[in-house]
Every structure is written in structure tokens, then in C-alpha cells.
Design a protein around this ligand. Structure first.
Ligand SMILES: [Zn+2]
Length: 254
């Protein structure tokens, strides 16, 4: 069982801080990435914050997108705002330029990108688009081609996602089923197909998370981006692991 720690700053959305529930995702710092070894050799880590805005709403905010900065994932000190960068994100076949804020820890001298939950690292398409396509591939009768058409992406792009899912299926299944149990969800006897099992594991973990206030609104694929630090389909990554406050949820190694 890991302990969730609330973010220490002002309330979001006019909430009264005293009433905040410890597992409300709007209060959680969810970070994933490699933490071993010297900080000096680590690339800046992405922190995925549980953004519920649509891509259009987020893009419309420009550089003024406002949310509570998380604490430093290394030392838990409050972080300060630190410039940012532009990147593109694609949804419904349309590219949008968005602003990604960065935060900096003075003590660690490290900056962190603060990705909204609809983003995955190194993927142009949103977590929702990619996730829905993957679900269609594993659940639907038609395979990759109709899923690509629905997503509005080239066939080869959707095929790439599906291949990444297959390559990471065992790792993701173990991690998300374990997370589901940790969140009070059921112990699921997994089916045989790897990719389908991984999608099922993500859904099971999200369902378990939905028993806590706030998660329902974020959707399963943004949830998956949050808990994997945006690296759901990353090529070179350690097992997805979840940092909530000072505690890290380390999934079993398959
Ligand atoms: Zn720090």
C-alpha cells in the first residue's frame, strides 16, 4: 500500500483545501521515470499532471495555463515556475501547438516538464486517440487499418502503436494489474492475449482508481499517461512506476 500525499499549495478550482481528499487526482503528484544513479546523468523527467481540459481548452490558454505546481520529485521542495517550451499535439487529425510549462527545483537545480495528461512523451497524438485506437485494435474485428482510419492517422502510425503495445504488453499488464489491486480493485485472472491483457489491466486499474473522487473525469488513457509519466509506449524505459509524493509504487517485474 502506498500513501498519497497532497500537493501543498492553494486549492484548485476553488476547492477548499481542508476538504481535499487525499486521493483526489487533482492533488497528486504523479511522476515516472528512471531515478537510479546520479542526477547528473539523468535526462529531465516529465511530470504528468492530471489535466481534465480538452486539447482545445488547453491550447486556448496559451502560456497562461494555470495549475498547481508539484513538489520536486527528488527532494520534495516546492518548485518554482520555469519558462517552458512549445510542442505539437494531434487530435482528430489536426495539429495544435501547445505550451508545456516547466518547473524548477532550486535545491536540485533540475527543471521538469509538466505535461498535461493528454500528452504522451515523444508521441504527437494524444493519449486518448492512441488509447482508443489500441482498444479498437485489440477488441475490434478489423485490426489496425480501421482503427487508424477512426483515429485519423496513417496506417503505419497506428501499426507502430500496436507493435509497441505488444512489445510492452507483459510489463504493462503486470504493472497495471498490481496497481489495480493496490487501489483496492479485484485480482483479475488475465486472458492469454498479451496486448488485450495489457489494455484490460489499464482499464482495471482505472476502474479501481475511479472509486476515489476525481478520477472518473480524467478517463482511462489520461490516467494511464499520468501513472506512466507519459511513457506508456516509450521505447527505452524501465517498467512504468508511479511516484506519489515520496512513495514510489514499484510494480513487480514480469
Ligand atoms: Zn529538488
Amino acid at each position: 500500500m502506498f500513501v498519497h500525499r497532497v500537493w501543498p499549495a492553494r486549492g484548485l478550482n476553488g476547492e477548499d483545501r481542508g476538504s481535499l481528499y487525499a486521493r483526489d487526482p487533482s492533488r497528486l503528484s504523479l511522476v515516472a521515470g528512471s531515478q537510479e544513479g546520479s542526477k547528473a546523468v539523468l535526462p529531465p523527467m516529465a511530470i504528468v499532471w492530471p489535466c481534465t481540459l480538452s486539447v482545445d481548452e488547453y491550447a486556448a490558454c496559451g502560456r497562461e495555463v494555470d495549475f498547481e505546481l508539484p513538489e520536486c520529485p527528488e527532494c520534495s521542495a516546492p518548485m518554482g515556475s520555469w519558462w517552458g517550451y512549445e510542442r505539437y499535439v494531434r487530435q482528430g487529425g489536426v495539429d495544435r501547438k501547445i505550451w508545456i510549462r516547466r518547473a524548477r527545483c532550486k535545491a536540485c537545480r533540475v527543471t521538469h516538464a509538466l505535461l498535461p495528461a493528454f500528452c504522451l512523451t515523444n508521441r504527437l497524438d494524444t493519449a486518448d486517440v492512441i488509447g482508443d485506437a489500441l482498444e479498437a485494435v485489440v477488441e475490434g474485428p478489423g485490426g489496425v487499418r480501421p482503427a487508424a482510419e477512426t483515429a485519423g492517422v496513417p496506417y503505419t502510425t497506428a501499426r507502430g502503436w500496436a507493435r509497441r503495445l505488444v512489445a510492452r504488453a507483459q510489463e504493462l499488464s503486470v504493472a497495471f494489474f498490481a496497481l489495480a489491486v493496490d487501489l483496492g480493485g479485484p485480482v483479475v485472472s488475465a486472458g492469454s492475449d498479451g496486448a488485450r491483457r495489457a489494455v484490460s489491466a489499464i482499464g482495471t486499474a482505472w476502474s479501481a482508481a475511479c472509486s476515489f473522487p476525481g478520477w472518473v473525469g480524467i478517463g482511462r488513457w489520461r490516467f494511464a499517461s499520468c501513472v506512466s509519466g507519459g511513457s506508456l509506449l516509450a521505447v527505452n524505459t524501465n517498467s512504468p512506476w508511479l511516484v506519489v509524493g515520496r512513495r514510489r509504487f514499484m510494480p513487480p517485474v514480469p
